[in-house]
Design a protein around this ligand. Structure first.
Ligand code: AMP
Ligand code: MG
Length: 495
């Protein structure tokens, strides 16, 4: 018999924190559930066995149309800085948590995004449209395929219910799964309201459940911050190396576990443009590709401020000053840590035995000046290393206007690759340079087809992007350079 979602090993989890942290409520049903796209690897991780998605009740639960027996669903409260400005209380305006599931040693929070209004919806309708839900479903699974820390997507279910954005669209629900959806904004919320007991409960909860090795630390909250800094430095280094832009790096979209969180107007870079802004509404470029590491740093300072009342409790000004100095020192480490992680990612992409910062910088500037397709370049470079053939070199050179520049760079680079090891190095490089990414135009085509009832391309992209480093010749169309019209696609925050 198919396992029902109800029979998973549900735990109290976040509910243990108490009523200051969430509001119990039920998802608002949609008029119908037209079907779903599911991720079996996520299903397996939470303890669902194959065929689970054939059970209509399971899909209804994930659409918010059926409820889990005796399990209160809930929405959590958080605050945050948006575009550099304190925005006050935000909270789960359209994400409703079903709860926490234990499977073996791991536990996972399960959340329905787009399942109806909550007390934190403000002016919003609590819904998500099919368009943005397909993007979130595909990109979270693509990031997992790239081994980039991320929240996952168990399912996308959709409905005929109309949702009004710039035009009338239809509703969908993405079932998101993560060890925790706790954001920097959760800490900012309780710190800004001076609810220091609650702030402490939250930090203790995070440490106990997700950083348990810090429990015996002399200064657990300082140690927590130190680890969150390191995890986020590693995360943004991976984004930069793969060419991913998030688009809305507000503090409420920053994960305390260093996961990629809240997929909105994100984009992978096609033609390299360091100043690339993927969010149509971000006219000043606060969240441009190049600025992402700086913004992570800024956001981490906000987290440090929120944790200060725990790190330096009480009114002793000398103690507070001393702790602030310590925090500053920790935060000063961020750019160095980021640089270290980034250079390591680039070393692996280039198949080198040691970091070559100047070589990387020169390459990135060349790619930028020549607007070279970022992903296509690196994957093609693997072929150059592999074969050293004129054909492979000309594929690369054809991408550049500055022929002399690319020649000089290639000479320098290839001199660092020992020819007797080239084949082995090329094979390793292919594990760090994806052939397939979720290009904007591919997502766009998949959305257009799905809006006309054909989910074939969504399924194909989902399958392909789970193994982005493999050749998968059946999907080679998806690895081609994007068409001209792709550069015109503009994605807004509307979702
Ligand atoms: P985002 O920029 O998508 O991360 O959202 C920022 C805040 O707005 C969060 O508190 C969201 O829950 C809320 N929000 C976004 N869209 C909606 C919506 N359609 N209905 C209710 N709340 C929303
Ligand atoms: Mg958000």
């Amino acid at each position: 018999m198919t396992k029902s979602i109800d029979s998973l090993a549900w735990q109290e989890g976040f509910l243990n924190l108490g009523s200051a942290f969430f509001t119990p409520l039920k998802p608002t049903p949609l008029p119908d559930c037209l079907g779903g796209v599911v991720s079996q690897s996520v299903a397996k991780s939470i303890g669902l066995s194959s065929g689970w998605e054939l059970d209509q009740h399971n899909l209804e639960v994930l659409t918010g149309n059926a409820h889990l027996e005796n399990r209160p669903a809930y929405a959590t409260v958080y605050s945050g800085h948006q575009f550099g400005v304190w925005a006050g209380q935000l909270g789960d305006g359209r994400a409703i948590h079903l709860g926490t599931v234990q499977n073996g040693d791991e536990s996972y929070e399960i959340q329905l995004k787009g399942a109806g209004k909550t007390p934190y919806s403000r002016m919003g309708d609590g819904r998500a449209v099919l368009r943005s839900s397909i993007r979130e479903f595909l990109c979270s699974e693509a990031m997992a395929g790239l081994s980039i820390p991320t929240t996952r997507a168990l399912a996308l279910t959709h409905s005929s219910a109309p949702v009004v954005r710039e035009k009338v669209e239809t509703a969908a629900v993405v079932t998101r799964v993560a060890p925790s959806f706790i954001r920097f904004g959760h800490f900012e919320h309780f710190a800004s309201n001076q609810q220091y007991e609650d702030l402490k409960s939250l930090a203790d909860f995070v440490i106990e459940n997700h950083y348990s090795h810090l429990q015996d630390s002399e200064e657990p909250y300082l140690a927590l911050l130190e680890e969150v800094i390191a995890k986020n430095a590693a995360l943004v280094a991976k984004w930069q190396a793969v060419g991913f832009c998030h688009g809305v790096l507000n503090t409420d979209n920053m994960s305390i576990l260093g996961l990629t969180l809240d997929y909105g107007p994100f984009s992978f870079i096609d033609a390299t443009d360091l100043k690339y802004i993927c969010n149509h509404s971000d006219s000043a470029g606060r969240y441009s590709y190049l600025n992402q590491p700086n913004v992570f740093h800024w956001n981490l300072v906000r987290l440090a401020e929120a944790l200060l009342p725990l790190i330096a409790p009480g009114q002793d000004e000398a103690l507070i000053d001393a702790k602030v100095e310590q925090l500053k020192e920790l935060l000063f480490q961020f750019p160095h840590q980021y640089e270290h992680f980034y250079q390591e990612e680039m070393r692996l992409k280039l198949g080198l035995t040691q970091s070559e910062n100047a070589l990387v910088e020169e390459l990135v500037l060349l790619l930028d000046h020549n607007r070279v397709d970022y992903t296509f370049f690196f994957r093609s470079l693997c072929d150059v290393v592999d074969t050293a053939s004129i054909a492979a070199i000309s594929v690369i050179k054809d991408l550049f206007l500055d022929q002399l520049g690319v020649d000089l760079w290639l000479q320098k680079y290839l001199a660092m690759i020992p020819s007797e090891k080239a084949k082995v190095i090329a094979a390793q490089m292919r594990r760090h340079n994806p052939k397939y990414i979720l290009r904007q135009y591919l997502a766009q085509k998949a959305i257009e087809n799905a809006e006309n009832g054909d989910f074939g391309l969504v399924h194909q992209l989902h399958e392909c992007l789970q193994k982005p480093y493999d050749e998968q010749l059946e999907f080679s169309e998806f690895a081609k350079l994007p068409p001209e019209w792709a550069s015109q696609i503009s994605v807004s925050c509307s979702s």
